[in-house]
Design a protein around this ligand. Structure first.
Ligand code: UD1
Ligand code: UDP
Length: 440
């Protein structure tokens, strides 16, 4: 079996690293293809170094550009490589343009796509990421899903439960493994060494890069107005290159940089960043990965967005959506800083993203699908075109697999007391209302 991984940005490198390492550990043939969407060493090379994975086999060097140009160039480059390499499955991660390009190319070449971190939905179609992840899901054959809620999103859109594998999120694998390494090594970045973070209190780690925040002057100004008033905190801001450009264009960079309690630094490596965040009193961010890492590291998070495709973190109590609203940012930040009970409740939120074995589960499932011949994408002879969509109230003790064998059916949705549940093979359906497709 040959597995190809497509990645292109910082978070994809971080979240695919545990899977790349696991594939390597099992001696499975693999190639890694970098689109070149992120190219500064602080956004790319340093992560291959910190996460101890080999440099990519290919780099398409697409660089920055409009969405259409960037995605088009990626598709052209990816197609050429995949036609030559002929992998059994291509893994894409998350919701960047690499995911869209990779999934579309594979669908056309009839190569199975495995979407890592599938099923997330913000329901905000103005975000490029929401379109990317939805299109990737349409093109995929296997879905590696962080939580039951995300699996339910896919069921609700009509995907077959047979291809949905709840794995947890590989960010937990990366976080647990590398925090230990980081603690042994200590801070390494020069820019942080100068700040003596080890002896700093009341740290607020800030990251922001979402177009809907940093490209809109009004929003970014409102966030900066809040930062100005948070002078009890030491704000460490490793700045994303996109944000640096827009702040400079808006003439806001110097004003922020001149504040004594705000320390703007270049994007930092993963080990330093884990040390920084785990030492923080509060994380203020619009990053997807950071919302997950915050709850994994037991650090309260305020998310600079009005919606999130990670609602589990909010439901668990570890994350609050504050948008770009100055008052909401200040009120919640001050509460975390001054109200111990409030802060402790956020810190104690239960991590919904698993135990750190997502990579193992992902590769287990790929090996099983491969052994069962399910990665071969060919024109079907036995496609289920003739079936009736049915509903039933189950009163007997019967698992999903047993029900499917008995009824020659595929269970689709299952409702427990008052909400949808994921119907795993061994879920006992007694007492549930289900919908299922019954073959004629
Ligand atoms: C991309 C992803 C986003 C992800 C983020 C992670 C898409 C649509 N967006 O956003 O989902 O959360 O990566 O960080 O795929 N730049 C540099 N150096 C670099 C990379 C970028 O200077 O190495 C600057 C360029 O000016 C570029 C801008 O940042 O135009 C934006 O980069 P781009 O890759 O288009 O989007 P991100 O905002 O990084
Ligand atoms: N990160 C990092 N150094 C930094 C900022 C972030 O290592 O200076 C890591 C962070 O730990 C997280 C990931 O980058 O795992 C998040 O990337 P980003 O916010 O760029 O993308 P998103 O997750 O929003 O797609």
């Amino acid at each position: 079996m040959k597995i190809a991984t497509i990645l292109g940005t910082r978070p994809e490198i971080i979240k695919m690293a545990p899977i790349i390492a696991e594939i390597d550990k099992r001696g499975i043939d693999q190639i890694v293809l970098h689109t070149g969407q992120h190219y500064d060493k602080e956004m790319s090379d340093n992560f291959f170094r910190d996460l101890e994975i080999p440099a990519p086999d290919y780099n398409i060097h697409v660089g920055s550009g409009t969405h259409g140009k960037q995605t088009g160039l990626m598709m052209k480059g990816i197609e050429e490589i995949l036609m030559d390499e002929k992998p059994d499955i291509v893994l894409v991660q998350g919701d960047t343009n690499a995911v869209l390009a990779g999934a579309l190319v594979c669908a056309k070449l009839h190569i199975a796509v495995g979407h890592v971190e599938a099923g997330l939905r913000s329901f905000d179609t103005t975000m490029p990421e929401e379109i990317n992840r939805r299109v990737a899901d349409v093109c995929s054959a296997m879905y590696f899903i962080p939580t039951e809620d995300s699996a339910i999103n896919l069921l609700a859109e009509g995907f077959s439960r047979k291809n949905l594998i709840i794995t947890g999120n590989t960010v937990v694998d990366a976080c647990f493994r590398h925090l230990e390494i980081a603690k042994k090594r200590g801070f390494g970045e020069e820019s942080l060494a100068e700040l003596d973070i080890e002896n700093m209190d009341n740290i607020l780690t800030l990251t922001m890069h979402r177009a809907e925040n940093v490209d809109i002057k009004e929003r970014v100004t409102s966030i900066i107005d809040a930062l100005k008033e948070l002078s009890d905190m030491n704000i460490i801001f490793p700045i994303h290159p996109r944000t640096k450009h827009t702040l400079e264009n808006f003439g806001l960079f110097d004003e922020l940089n001149d504040l004594e309690h705000v320390h703007i630094v270049k994007p930092i490596g993963y080990l330093d960043f884990l040390l920084l965040t785990s030492k923080s009193t509060l994380i203020l961010t619009d990053s997807g990965g950071l919302q997950e890492e915050a709850i994994t590291l037991d650090v309260p998070a305020l998310t600079l967005r009005y919606n999130t495709e990670r609602p589990e973190t909010v439901a668990a109590g570890g994350n609050i959506l504050v948008g770009a609203d100055k008052d909401a940012i200040l009120e919640n930040a001050n509460k975390i800083l001054n109200d111990k009970e409030f802060a402790d409740k956020m810190k104690n939120a239960v991590n919904p993203y698993g135990q750190g074995d997502a990579a193992e589960r992902t590769v287990d499932a790929i090996e099983k699908f491969h052994a069962d011949g399910l990665l071969e994408i060919r024109a079907p002879e036995d496609i289920m075109t003739s079936f009736t969509r049915k509903m039933a109230q189950i009163t007997e003790d019967i698992t999903v697999s047993e029900f499917e064998a008995k009824e020659n059916a595929l269970v689709h949705m299952a409702f427990g007391e008052d909400k949808m549940q994921f119907p795993a093979d061994d879920t006992n359906l007694k007492g549930m209302m289900i919908t299922y497709d019954k073959r004629e």
